[in-house]
Write a protein that binds this ligand. Structure first.
Ligand code: ATP
Ligand code: MG
Length: 230
């Protein structure tokens, strides 16, 4: 039997602010298997970004456990967490999050600085190839503000791929794009799954986009209210 790549076991996340407690996730349990396409849908405030942050090991649950390849991540120290994130997880954000005064090529290479063993020369070659494949071969030395939204997002996707992660997490990756450009970005993300077997997790509030998932999680008030597999 296939083993899960990720498992959430009764994960709870509370935020504490100015004496107010917000329960953003309540006893969330699910598994993600290698090469799955997972979509997470739910209304604003239902906990989608919180879930993705925890999944990306950018934040810690207040209760429960998150396992990667069967290993309890609460046991990882900060150094191991940072290293694990860098080598295993790629992030794509709604706002692209590219560094403004840094070229397209250098933006893609940023994660390589934190990687313990990737060689810069081979990573540069790979970055060029990826950008060429994504239609940005002529834009390597341009700055993000010289690119369209779709081009910026494709740059961000190349950056997410440079360290060859197992899983790519995308939070509303089409949220800042018109619908046609958004569809192209989704097509590109799906290709990463088909071609390289990357596990994909896409957060969206768009029910139609959620249909691309072969595994769908529906969130409401911090809880999974429905889970479907194709
Ligand atoms: N850093 C934080 N501090 C306090 N409360 C927070 C924080 N981040 C999120 N929350 C709260 O947790 C709940 C879930 O937020 P989250 O951002 O995960 O929702 P979401 O489903 O991603 O919403 P959206 O569709 O608007 O992006 C909300 O009530 C939100 O106000
Ligand atoms: Mg969100």
């Amino acid at each position: 039997m296939k083993k899960p790549l990720v498992e959430f076991r009764q994960v709870e996340k509370k935020y504490f602010m100015d004496g107010v407690t917000v329960k953003a996730l309540r006893e969330v349990s699910f598994q993600i298997f290698p090469a799955e396409i997972v979509t997470i849908v739910g209304p604003s405030g239902s906990g989608k970004s919180t879930l993705l942050h925890l999944l990306g090991l950018l934040d810690k649950p207040t209760r429960g456990e998150i396992f990667f390849n069967g290993k309890a991540t609460s046991r990882f120290d900060d150094y191991r967490l940072a290293r694990f994130r860098n080598q295993t997880i790629g992030f794509v954000f709604q706002q692209f999050n590219l560094l403004p005064r840094t070229s397209v090529l250098e933006n893609v290479l940023l994660p390589v600085w934190y990687h313990p063993s990737l060689e810069f020369s081979s990573a540069t070659k790979k970055a060029r190839e990826l950008l060429k494949e994504f239609g940005l071969g002529e834009r390597l030395n341009h700055f993000p503000n010289q690119l369209s939204g779709g081009e910026q997002q494709r740059t961000a996707i190349a950056r997410a791929l440079i360290c060859d992660p197992q899983i790519i997490l995308a939070d509303e990756p089409t949220g800042n794009l018109d619908s046609k450009t958004g569809q192209e970005i989704i097509k590109l993300l799906l290709q990463l799954n088909k071609k390289w077997g990357k596990t994909l997790v896409i957060v969206t509030h768009d029910n139609q986009l959620a249909q691309v998932g072969d595994h769908r999680l529906y969130l409401k008030d911090g809880k999974i209210i429905k889970e479907k597999r194709k």
